[in-house]
Ligand binder design. Sequence first.
Ligand SMILES: N[C@@H](CCC(=O)N[C@@H](CS)C(=O)NCC(=O)O)C(=O)O
Length: 201
Amino acid sequence: MELYLNATSPYARTARIVALERGLAAAVALRWCDPWADDAALLAVNPAGRVPALVTDDGTALGESLLIAQYLNARGSGPDLLPAAALAEVLGHAGLGQGLIDAAFTTVIARKHQGSAADTGVLGQRRRRAIMRLLATLEAHERTARGEPDPLTLGDIVVGVALDYLAFRLPELDWPSRHRELATWHGALRGRESFRQTAFV
Ligand SMILES: N[C@@H](CCC(=O)N[C@@H](CS)C(=O)NCC(=O)O)C(=O)O
């Protein structure tokens, strides 16, 4: 399999962590690319021009991080990241994380193109309120209350990547000092080898 990615994409990082957690490191070749430069190889496999994109061994191209995560989870081995017995809970948790990634990523891109005006407009303020609500919901989440993300699920991975991305790109929010329980939970997750190997730099 081939995974198209770049180093700062939270979406691509989710796919990569799932591959590592499911024992697929050797089975997935990493194809580094710049999605913002209309990379020809990426466009050939994903006309949306976005990372991550996965090409399976039979040549099928998949876009969208959560669909790729589902595919890799089905192909790999070891503890199931999408256990059937808790599917709704895991997907609900993953959705909160994906919402946080979307709001943070859109903020970063809007700033890049519009400068600080991006934050003061109607959409910028909506994004900020969404981030604050999502953080408060995750702080009170039953998964957070467990203290440790064990056994690991796709929800934990997406939420963990979202929190890392917030600290990486929107450090002024200083989410860990406002959400102590979430920070403790996240600290345990960040120590995993799959998170360490894929850290944002
Ligand atoms: N919903 C998509 C979002 C993917 C996405 O927006 N990726 C960004 C990088 S973080 C990208 O490739 N952007 C390039 C573009 O939008 O042209 C997913 O979950 O995979």
